[in-house]
Design a protein around this ligand. Structure first.
Ligand code: UD1
Length: 417
């Protein structure tokens, strides 16, 4: 079992470089199957979730090469085969094979998606959207069978701007003979990446206003080379860490427009930083104000940074409050932070952080990806030696995290026993 061992309390200096976006790349891999030509994706992060997706390509007889963050995909010999193996359940993004395979073969058999246990994560918006397009959807024992003869011209209004449902419905619609309109779409940058990628393959997708898409089906898409954007959540995680421990610490490869909601909070708490081009420069901060946050769809504060920013709250005077509006059970980190000396309480979706409480090292267990990142930040900020289990969750989304943190002076190592 892998463990991360951290001797905390050290200031961090130097440079951390951000990798490509996990959630964008995870969607772009199934999207790449929509052309029989070769697709090259650049800046793909080397993380376990990507390798899980590549394993699914093996099942589908799709060839690929993944070297130095460049992923070349050749799906000219793709076969439609049931995706029902247990390992497909491991990741959330496996649901994108629903839209992609429906588009290619008019039918798919696939097991329900998995992902971090952060709440009830239904896919009813995906399924209802498919049904509105004219796709038959049946579920038995957690396996979906979906098929159609022709798709309808239709307008689908999502009840909530879901990232996954928006992308899945676009994938299902983009090669049809129809005009499909999707309203109340997610405006997350990762969704825009998929749209831009498909357009570069020749898809006809038009954004009307802020949150409506018109998709005019295009039977044949062509290959392309596409650069995955940098990961705004990885960037945000390191910026939170830098606000706590940075002393001439540079976070390189950020897009400020993707993280304005975080930088507004860092300004409020008096973090000492500035941004030039794609680098955030952090000095030693004198943190002195609590914050109030509501997690919401982009451009508001991302739920994926709720867990890391809880740690920051413990180092601020007064009471910081977070309303977790997206996932009701994204709270596994709180018990662990309280074990370290934090004073965090939960009332329904309201997280109340009473600061300032020094944190002390402890034996900790990550139970999900971003909660794991929060524990790493906490252990780096706490005096003494902490041990973190549940490393497999962290490896799902933070490439090379041990090396990146060691390079800036953290006393951190991984042990595999
Ligand atoms: C994606 C991201 C995840 C991120 C989340 C929100 C991937 C692989 N995962 O997850 O890291 O935390 O966006 O930014 O990209 N909902 C329903 N029914 C549905 C779909 C969603 O009720 O059919 C609800 C969810 O339970 C949640 C909200 O809508 O409360 C948002 O979910 P969604 O945007 O779909 O998140 P995911 O695509 O699962």
């Amino acid at each position: 079992m892998k463990k991360i061992i951290i001797n905390g309390g050290k200031r961090l200096s130097g440079k951390i470089k951000i990798d490509g976006s996990k959630n964008a790349a995870l969607a772009l891999i199934p999207a790449s199957l929509l052309t029989k030509d070769v697709v090259t994706l650049e800046n793909v992060p080397d993380i376990s979730d990507i390798h899980e997706m590549l394993d699914i390509l093996n099942i589908l007889n799709v060839s690929y090469e993944f070297i130095d963050n460049k992923l070349t995909i050749d799906s000219s010999r793709i076969i439609n085969t049931p995706l029902i193996k247990k390992n497909i359940e491991k990741i959330r993004a496996s649901y994108y094979f629903m839209g992609a395979l429906l588009s290619l073969f008019q039918n798919v058999q696939i097991i329900a998606p998995g992902g971090c246990k952060i709440g009830n994560r239904p896919i009813n918006y995906h399924l209802n959207g498919f049904r509105k397009m004219g796709i038959n959807v049946n579920e038995m024992d957690n396996v979906f069978n979906m098929s159609y003869v022709i798709l309808n011209n239709t307008t689908i209004k999502l009840p909530f701007p879901s990232v996954g449902a928006t992308i899945n419905l676009v994938l299902a619609a983009v090669k049809s003979d129809n005009i499909i309109i999707i309203d109340n779409i997610s405006c997350e940058p990762e969704v825009n990446q998929v749209i831009d990628f498909l357009k570069s393959c020749g898809a006809r997708i038009k954004k009307i206003g802020h949150n409506t898409l018109i998709i005019i089906g295009t039977a044949k898409l062509k290959g392309t080379t596409f650069k995955v954007m940098n990961d705004r959540i990885e960037a945000g995680t390191y910026c939170i860490l830098a606000a706590l421990l940075g002393d001439n610490l540079l976070i390189e490869g950020i897009n400020k427009d993707h993280l304005n909601s975080l930088f507004t909070i860092l300004d409020k708490v008096n973090a000492d930083y500035f941004i030039k081009d794609n680098i955030a420069y952090f000095n030693k901060s004198n943190l002195n104000n609590p914050f109030e946050i509501e997690t919401s769809p982009f451009p508001l504060f991302p739920t994926d940074l709720q867990q890391p920013i809880c740690v920051l709250g413990s180092f601020l005077p007064g009471q910081s409050i977070i309303y977790e509006n997206i996932y009701e059970d994204r709270i596994a980190h709180i018990k662990e932070l309280n074990k370290m000396g934090a004073d965090i309480k939960i009332f329904q979706n309201k997280i109340i952080i009473n600061g300032r409480t020094p944190l002390f090292s402890n034996k900790l267990k990550a139970k999900d990806l971003r909660g794991g990142a929060a524990l790493i930040i906490a252990a780096l900020s706490a005096k003494g030696t902490s041990l973190i289990e549940g490393v497999n969750y962290i490896e799902r989304g933070y490439p090379n995290i041990i090396q990146k943190l060691s390079n800036v002076g953290a006393d951190i190592k991984m042990e595999d026993s």
